[in-house]
Write a protein that binds this ligand. Structure first.
Ligand code: G3I
Length: 482
């Protein structure tokens, strides 16, 4: 606790202690959202979600659809948490077990329950070397690229507008080795290290309002090579305009292993201009040692304005992926552990969050990183009148292919429906297109809006994207609006 103290405000700590006493008397008032709204100023909240909400944060749990027939499991989730991450149900093997055939039943079960309770939902995860269906490993490079973009488009498209933050790429960095070494996977082997950037660009186009996170374990210690590799990647992405909004520290820890620089690590990532979320927290141990470790992690987050929320990787020790380590806040019988009380106290003692990226109203504000990459082309000049303009930029390229983003911008009047046309200079062909509808084929390309992005407010813009075969080209495009 010594390394990440709360703001030195003895009076506030006393209030925090009193809050804990009040907490037991508050009782259950329904959903976390309702409870958060019901906590009078200065009073302690009695649940994790409501306590976190007081400083503008969320407190979530990983939930498995397979346990939702356990009524105590669901009741504890509903009472204590105001956010959720599906533990396995949104992974590639679950959502696209065979190519092009998507299955969302289990994930939908969690999502609709969470929505009915007003919870934030974290999407986990789009591109990960693990829990990949076997068909993915047999693809050629260009096929894998289209399959990855198609997977992102379909999964994000299915949940568009419902997800607060997506773990776009999960665990891409290697353990050990030089700073910046990626784990060898089907993605690095066939697409090269640029697959991370490609995934983020596709993700932004697929759901511009979801926060896009890079998520990993063993990046909790600021001085570790793996942490520094991720740090450098985020810094580079921000510098080049590659869309990224958050870093997820999984934080699978044990009581003795919370790094002394954990808070500094969070602050360093935040200083790059991204949110930080603790995404899969569990801390092996028991009693006061476990409670102290949980307290330190909680205080480290609440001390950094852009640390916007914490998710524990499960509700009860009995269903934990590492249940032998008893790493969660509720024991196997759903009793609150010492660690629970420590977390609740730390959340109640947090000062209100002044983060420039508030997390209290999900999915309503656009992410900050919507500007196109400065690398290849300037922003389009807004046209006069109600017309639209379109600019193509190359966002990635490789031998024999490339990826582009097309920005469609409305002039001084709103646009309702748009069509963009261009002619390829040397026979390029589109292999995969998203957030638009292509008609015809050959060297003259026509793309109209998708059903959801035809309306553009005056002066605003939307994007669509594609991958193509051939050498990268940025022909000029025309845009018309009916
Ligand atoms: O559902 C099947 C069941 O039908 C079958 O009988 C049983 C036999 O082994 O397997 C069950 O599936 C298991 C699944 O969890 C559901 O319990 C899988 O084998 C098992 O591999 C899977 O483990 C998950 C693991 O990711 C896979 O890598 C854990 O639940 C899940 O907690 C864990 O979560 C990961 C995060 O996604 C990423 N970060 C690390 C974290 C912990 O490993």
């Amino acid at each position: 606790m010594g390394e990440n103290p709360l703001p030195a405000d003895g009076g506030r700590r006393l209030v925090g202690t009193r809050r804990l006493l009040v907490a037991g008397a508050l009782g259950v008032l329904g959903t976390a959202t309702v409870l958060a709204a019901s906590v009078p100023a200065g009073a302690a909240a009695g649940t994790l979600g409501a306590a976190a909400a007081q400083s503008g944060r969320y407190y979530g749990a990983a939930i498995a659809a397979g346990h939702m027939n356990d009524s105590t499991y669901v009741a504890t989730w509903d009472r204590e948490f105001n956010a959720v991450t599906p533990e396995n149900e949104m992974k590639w093997d679950a959502t696209e077990p065979s190519r092009g055939s998507f299955r969302f039943t289990s994930a939908d079960q969690i999502v609709s329950h969470a929505q009915s309770k007003g919870m934030k939902i974290r999407g986990h995860t789009l591109v990960w070397h693990n829990q990949l269906p076997s068909w993915v490993s047999g693809l050629s490079a260009s096929d894998l690229r289209s399959a990855m973009v198609n997977h992102i488009n379909n999964v994000m498209g299915h949940y568009k507008g419902k997800i607060y933050a997506w773990d776009v790429v999960n665990e891409a960095f290697a353990d050990g080795g030089a700073v910046g070494t990626l784990r060898s996977s089907v993605f690095t082997q066939k697409l090269g290290n640029g697959f991370i950037e490609e995934a983020f660009r596709a993700a932004r186009a697929a759901d511009p309002n979801a926060k896009l996170c890079y998520n990993d374990y063993n990046i909790d210690n600021a001085t570790a090579a793996k942490t520094q590799g991720v740090y450098n990647m985020v810094k580079d992405f921000k510098a080049r305009g590659v869309p990224i909004d958050c870093v997820g520290l999984q934080s699978h820890l044990s009581s003795g292993s919370v790094p002394s620089n954990y808070q500094q690590n969070i602050a360093q990532f935040a200083a790059l201009g991204v949110d930080v979320q603790i995404t899969e927290l569990d801390i092996g141990g028991s009693g006061s040692a476990q409670a102290d470790a949980y307290r330190r992690v909680t205080q480290a987050c609440t001390a950094v304005p852009r640390c916007t929320g914490i998710t524990v990787w499960g509700v009860t020790d009995k269903y934990s992926w590492r249940s032998g380590d008893t790493p969660l806040l509720f024991d196997g019988n759903y009793n609150k552990k010492q660690a629970y009380t420590a977390v609740l106290g730390a959340l109640n003692a947090a000062t209100p969050n002044t983060s420039p990226s508030p997390t209290t109203s999900p999915n309503t504000s656009p992410s900050p990183n919507t500007s196109p990459s400065p690398r290849t082309s300037p922003s389009p000049t807004p046209p006069v009148g109600g017309a639209c303009s379109a600019t193509i930029e190359t966002t990635n390229s490789w031998p024999g292919g490339f990826q582009s983003t097309v920005t469609v911008r409305a002039g001084s009047s709103a646009v309702n429906g748009w069509t963009v046309k261009w002619t390829w200079p040397s026979g390029q062909t589109i292999s995969s297109l998203w957030s638009g509808t292509q008609s015809g084929s050959g060297s003259s390309v026509t793309v109209s809006n998708a059903p959801y992005n035809g309306s553009i407010a005056a002066g605003s813009s939307t994007t669509f994207g594609f991958t193509a075969n051939g050498s990268a080209a940025t022909p000029s495009a025309t845009c018309t609006s009916p």
